[in-house]
Design a protein around this ligand. Structure first.
Ligand code: ZN
Length: 232
């Protein structure tokens, strides 16, 4: 009997990475899920990451602590920069400097330790075209680097970075996940989610998520904060 192939899956507790985890599981991988406590303001996502990893059936869930708030530079890691609640132009202030390179590098290290040759990340070039580290050419460059930089790569065991969501719209992602039985009520997408998992309904991430459920023709299970009259 051949041993089940292992994969490292980056999970944030959000809709996208949860769908990716479901996809990797459906492809028969033994999934090792990785999250980062990186000083993000939306701490509720760490709880969600743990929740979805357990619910979907990973082998092991690891949280690596990184104090990216010590360098700041993003509305997600610097509390003095507000999360925009309206659409903005160009690369948004919620971009975290070099985040995917930092995250993928740690995923690569863990993959090498585990003897895994596959890494899954839920980047998407359709809805987040403003983020330079979500583009296919970036992923191709990282994969090439990964194969140059590791013992596994040098010894001929190719490392692949899988991005199954790259060209899907949010609605298509939700439909794909729902078909795999994902319970999106477990996930959290809001950039400023409360400790108990209530979404703001106003940030970029909330808006995209809400539109995704509308496009998918499915009910949005997100729990939103209550606003006084005139709010949501
Ligand atoms: Zn939000």
């Amino acid at each position: 009997m051949t041993e089940q192939k292992r994969a490292v899956i980056l999970v944030s507790g959000g809709l996208d990475s949860t769908t990716v985890l479901a996809m990797a599981l459906s492809q028969g991988y033994a999934c090792y899920t990785l999250s980062f406590d990186y000083g993000q303001r939306h701490r509720g996502e760490l709880l969600a990451a743990e929740r979805v990893s357990v619910a979907l059936g990973d082998v092991e869930h690891k949280v690596v602590k990184l104090n990216l708030d010590s360098i700041g530079g993003s509305a997600l890691t610097d509390l003095s920069i507000a999360v925009p609640e309206e659409e903005t132009q160009g690369i948004p202030i919620t971009y975290v400097p070099a985040r995917n390179t930092i995250f993928l590098s740690i995923a690569l290290g863990w993959a090498e330790v585990l003897g895994a040759h596959d890494i899954f990340i839920g980047v998407n070039a359709v809805d987040y075209s403003g983020y330079p580290d979500c583009r296919p050419e970036y992923i191709a460059a990282f994969e090439r680097m990964a194969n140059l930089a590791t013992k596994a790569g040098v010894e001929g065991q190719k490392i692949t970075v899988h991005t199954p969501l790259m060209n899907l719209t949010k609605g298509e992602i939700i439909r794909a996940g729902a078909a795999l039985g994902v319970d999106y009520a477990l996930t959290v997408s809001c950039y400023q989610v409360t400790e108990d998992g209530l979404a703001c309904g106003k940030c970029d991430s909330c808006r995209l998520r809400r539109q995704g459920f509308i496009d998918a023709g499915l009910e949005d299970p997100t729990r939103y904060r209550r606003y006084p009259a005139g709010g949501l």
